[in-house]
Design a protein around this ligand. Structure first.
Ligand code: DAH
Length: 346
């Protein structure tokens, strides 16, 4: 081994390696070359092993060539790594591209239950007249559900409310929202404009127009000098907002123990416009609610002096109002939770 031979071996290694680096297809191949040539057991080290056979004065010369070759190879590897690295990054970016213009998956929008939608609309309309929503309990007792509302034990009017009693003695599920009248009168001072929406329960044979569970919205106004005319005017405004401006309305005599006089409030039939049709039983009128002037006994039970205060009350079924507005013919649909039915109210 002489100086010329070693030098030319090193140059050949440099040329060969430079070509291999230029042809390396990816970072992994480049790293293989790096280990093969520059590694501890690599080819450069292999060539330099011949250095010991050289005369002492020649050794630094070979060392200088070897250093030049090593530096050149390292430089070439660094350069190639940058090229390959950015090519790989480009490829990844291209493969993982997200098309932000692709339409998203549609979100399934929920909707209000028609009973709630109806109650919200009722509250919105009466809210414009200053009525405030109150809550009152679903569990009452004989006193609050009946007696304080002027319905004594064994009164025949109790037949109107088939009652579900709890096995907790004295407790029952409210059959109507009217007990809320007593709670409100005992809680807030007149002038009172209260709206009491809530769930009611009755021991009913279930059919298309009767359920054991349903909602009611109770209204109560108490002030000095409140009249039946005020009730009529308010209900007219309500009917026009709910069923259409210009709809005719009427009071019919009714009976409830907690009001005197009591009325039923009718609106011109939506389907036949007053001419007579199956929807309204050919009368031309739809009954919307029961109402009346609060009975003096009830005012007194609410802690108010009937000589000073007068009031009116009304009670309506939001399901019934929803049925009339949307042409629904079976109240059982409101409790079945069939999405095909519920999804129609958006
Ligand atoms: N509570 C009655 C019922 O369940 C509805 C009702 C009628 C409420 C007349 C009232 C009213 O406040 O004045 O049938």
């Amino acid at each position: 081994m002489d100086l010329a031979q070693l030098t030319s071996d090193l140059d050949a290694l440099a040329v060969e390696t430079a070509a291999a680096i230029g042809a390396a297809p990816d970072i992994a191949a480049l790293e293989t070359i790096e280990v093969e040539v520059l590694g501890k057991k690599g080819r450069l080290t292999g060539v330099l092993r011949g250095i010991g056979a050289l005369p002492v004065e020649d050794r630094p010369k070979v060392g200088a060539v070897a250093n030049r070759v090593r530096t050149a190879i390292e430089g070439a590897i660094t350069g190639r790594r940058e090229v390959l690295g950015s090519a790989e990054l480009d490829a990844r970016l291209r493969a993982e591209v997200v098309d932000v213009t692709t339409p998203g998956r549609p979100i399934r929008r929920g909707s209000l239950h028609p009973s709630l939608e109806s109650m919200a609309e009722i509250a919105r309309i009466f809210g414009q007249f200053g009525f405030v929503v109150y809550e009152s309990p679903e569990i009452e007792n004989d006193l609050t559900n009946f007696q304080l509302l002027n319905i004594p034990p064994d009164h025949p009017a109790r037949d109107l409310w088939d009652t579900l009693y709890l096995d907790v003695p004295g407790h029952l599920l409210r059959t109507h929202t009217s007990p809320g009248q007593i709670h409100v009168m005992r809680t807030v001072k007149p002038p009172i404009r209260a709206l009491l929406p809530g769930r009611c329960f009755r021991y009913e044979a279930i059919d298309a127009s009767h359920g054991t569970e349903f909602f009611q919205v109770e209204g109560l106004m108490v002030d000095e000098g409140t009249t039946l005319g005020d009730l009529r005017g308010l209900l007219d405004e309500f009917a026009h907002a709910m069923f259409g401006a210009g709809k005719r309305t009427r009071f019919r005599p009714g009976y409830y123990p907690f009001t005197e006089p009591s009325v039923a409030f009718d609106v011109e039939c939506l389907v036949c416009g007053g001419v007579g049709c199956p929807a309204c039983g050919r009368s031309g009128w739809m009954t919307i609610l029961g109402a009346g002037m609060v009975h003096p006994v009830v005012l007194r039970n609410g802690g108010l002096d009937p000589e000073r205060y007068q009031g009116f009350a009304f009670g309506m079924g939001p399901e019934r109002i929803s049925m009339l507005r949307h042409g629904i013919n079976d109240i059982r649909l409101f409790l079945e939770n069939d999405l095909r039915f519920l999804g129609q109210f958006r």
